[in-house]
Design a binder for this molecule. Structure first.
Ligand code: NDP
Length: 451
C-alpha cells in the first residue's frame, strides 16, 4: 500500500507541476494535502474515477486585470489585480484580498486552495477563493491607497457579489482598505449588501471580526494543550508578525495566562523578556494601525526590549510558538531550534508559515502542531458570521460572536482529532484537517456532477 500511495502522490504532483509550471507555493500547498489524502483517495475509487482531486486543484475561474491609478505626484502607476475563484461546491467563493509587493498567481492559488479546506472545516457554507494585487501599501498616503482601492474594485465588482464571491482582508488589507473598496462597490452597484467582510462596526461589520483570527488561533492552541492536560498558564509564547493576526494573538495568549515575549515585522523582531502586556500591546496597535510605523520603535519606547534587525524570533526560548506573519517564515533549522529549546506547541496563525522540513521536525518530535488551515480558520468563520448577520439584518453582541467562534474552533479541533489520530495516539493535525476539510467538499462535488 505504501508504494501505491507514493506512486499516486508522485504521479499526481508530476502532472500538476507540468500543468502549472513555476508555481512553487501552489505546488507546496497541494503536495502537503495530496500526501495526507492519498490513502483515503485510493480506498475510494469513485473519487479517483471522478477526478475529484484533479478538479480541486484547477481553479473554477481566475480573473487577472490591470489596475491603473494616479499617485500623489500625478504620475500614472499600474499594478496587477487578481481573483482566484477556486471552488464553490459548498457555498459562494470566500477568502481574503492581499496587497503586497510579492503577490503573484502562485501565491494566490496556494492561498485559495488552502481556503477551500479551511472554509469547509468551519462547518459554514463557504467555498474558497483568494485575490489581491502586487500593490505595496507601505509608504503610500491614505489618498493613494483610496485611489488604488477604487480602481481595483472598479474591475473586481463585476466578478463578486453576496451570493457569488465575498472577499475579506489579508496581508496589507485591513479596515481602511475594506472601507475604500466597500465604498466603491456600493457606488458602482448601487446596493448595500454584505459583499465584503471585515467592514466597520457601524456599517455592517461583525463584532470581533478584527480579533477573530488571533483569538481563534489561541482557542485552537488551548484545545491542543488540553489534550495533554496543559494550558497557556505560565507559558512563554513567541509570536511573529505585528499585523492583525499577531496583535490579537498576543492579546488572547496574554489573557489566557501566557507571557508573549516577541513580535516582528519584515525588518526584524523585538524581544521583551518582561512580556508584551495590555499597555504595550495598545502601543503596538497604535504604532502599526494608525502611524504605520516599524516594530523596532517598540525597543526605543520600552527599554526592557531589544531589537534584532533582519532576524526572525524562532531562536528565542519558548513553550509555545505562533507564526502569524506570512508563508514559509519558519524553516527546518529554526524548527530544530524551537524543539531544542523545549517548545511543546506550534499553532499557526499565518497561512503555510512552516516549510515542509519544519513540519516534519515538529511531527517527528511529537510536538502539538497545527496547520494554519485549522488553527487560523476563526477569521473566515467570523466572516461567515458577518455574512449571516448581514443577511438577517441583525447584529449580534461581541459575547454572542465570541461564543460562536469559540465553539467553531472546538469543533474544528474535534474534527482534526477524529481524522488525524494515529494508531500510537499522536494527533496528526495536518492529516486530520486535510481529510475532514476534503470529505464535505468532495461529497458535494460528487453530488453536483461534472461541473
Ligand atoms: P497584516 O498585513 O495585518 O500583517 C502582516 C504581518 O506580517 C506584518 O507584521 C508584516 O510586516 C509581516 N509580514 C508580511 N510579509 C512578510 C514577509 N514577507 N516577511 C516577514 N514578515 C512579513 O496581515 P495579517 O495579520 O492579516 O495576516 C498575517 C497572516 O495571517 C497571513 O499569512 C495571512 O494570510 C494570514 N491570515 C489572515 C487572516 C485575517 O483575518 N487577517 C485570516 C487567516 C489567515 P511588514 O509590516 O513589515 O510587512
Amino acid at each position: 500500500m505504501e508504494k501505491q500511495v507514493q506512486k499516486y502522490v508522485d504521479d499526481f504532483m508530476a502532472n500538476l507541476k507540468a500543468k502549472n509550471p513555476g508555481e512553487k507555493e501552489f505546488h507546496q500547498a497541494v503536495q502537503e494535502v495530496v500526501e495526507s489524502l492519498a490513502p483515503y483517495i485510493l480506498e475510494n475509487p469513485q473519487l479517483q474515477k471522478m477526478k475529484i482531486m484533479e478538479r480541486m486543484t484547477e481553479p473554477e475561474r481566475v480573473v487577472m486585470f490591470r489596475v491603473p491609478w494616479l499617485n500623489d505626484k500625478g504620475e500614472v502607476e499600474i499594478n496587477k489585480g487578481y481573483r482566484v475563484q477556486m471552488n464553490s461546491a459548498i457555498g459562494p467563493y470566500k477568502g481574503g484580498i492581499r496587497f503586497h509587493a510579492s503577490v503573484n498567481l502562485s501565491i494566490l492559488k496556494f492561498l485559495a486552495f488552502e481556503q477551500v479546506f479551511k472554509n469547509s472545516l468551519t462547518t459554514l457554507p463557504m467555498g474558497g477563493g483568494k485575490g489581491g494585487s502586487d500593490f505595496n501599501p507601505k509608504g503610500k498616503s491614505d489618498n493613494e491607497v483610496m485611489r488604488f482601492c477604487q480602481s481595483f474594485m472598479t474591475e473586481l465588482q463585476r466578478h463578486i457579489g453576496q451570493d457569488t464571491d465575498v472577499p475579506a482582508g489579508d496581508i496589507g488589507v485591513g479596515g481602511r482598505e475594506i472601507g475604500f473598496m466597500f465604498g466603491q462597490y456600493k457606488r458602482l452597484r448601487n446596493e448595500f449588501t454584505g459583499t465584503l467582510t471585515g467592514k466597520g462596526l457601524g456599517w455592517g461589520g461583525s463584532p470581533l471580526r478584527p480579533e477573530a483570527t488571533g483569538y481563534g488561533t489561541c482557542y485552537f492552541a488551548q484545545e491542543m494543550l488540553a489534550t495533554r492536560g496543559d494550558s497557556f498558564k505560565g507559558k512563554t509564547v513567541v509570536i511573529s508578525g505585528a499585523g492583525n493576526v499577531a496583535q490579537y494573538a498576543v492579546e488572547k495568549a496574554t489573557q489566557l495566562g501566557g507571557k508573549v515575549v516577541t513580535m516582528s515585522d519584515s525588518n526584524g523582531y523585538i524581544y521583551d523578556p518582561d512580556g508584551i502586556d495590555a499597555d504595550k500591546l495598545a502601543y503596538v496597535m497604535e504604532l502599526k494601525n494608525v502611524f504605520r510605523g516599524r516594530i523596532k520603535e517598540y525597543a526605543e519606547k520600552y527599554p526592557s526590549a531589544q531589537y534584532f534587525e533582519g532576524q526572525r524570533p524562532w531562536g528565542v526560548k519558548c513553550d509555545i510558538a505562533m507564526p502569524c506573519a506570512t508563508q514559509n517564515e519558519l524553516n527546518g533549522e529554526e524548527a530544530a531550534m524551537l524543539v531544542k529549546n523545549g517548545c511543546i506547541c506550534v499553532a499557526e496563525g499565518a497561512n503555510m508559515p512552516s516549510t515542509p522540513e519544519a513540519i516534519e521536525i515538529f511531527q517527528k518530535n511529537g510536538l502539538l502542531y497545527s496547520p494554519g488551515k485549522a488553527s487560523n480558520a476563526g477569521g473566515v468563520a467570523t466572516s461567515g458570521l458577518e455574512m449571516t448577520q448581514n443577511s438577517i439584518r441583525l447584529k449580534w453582541t461581541p459575547e454572542e460572536v465570541d461564543a460562536k467562534l469559540h465553539s467553531i474552533m472546538k469543533d474544528i479541533h474535534a474534527a482534526c482529532v477524529k481524522y488525524g489520530t494515529e494508531p500510537n495516539g499522536y494527533i496528526n493535525y495536518v492529516k486530520g484537517a486535510n481529510i475532514a476539510g476534503f470529505i464535505k467538499v468532495a461529497n458535494a462535488m460528487l453530488a453536483q456532477g461534472l461541473v
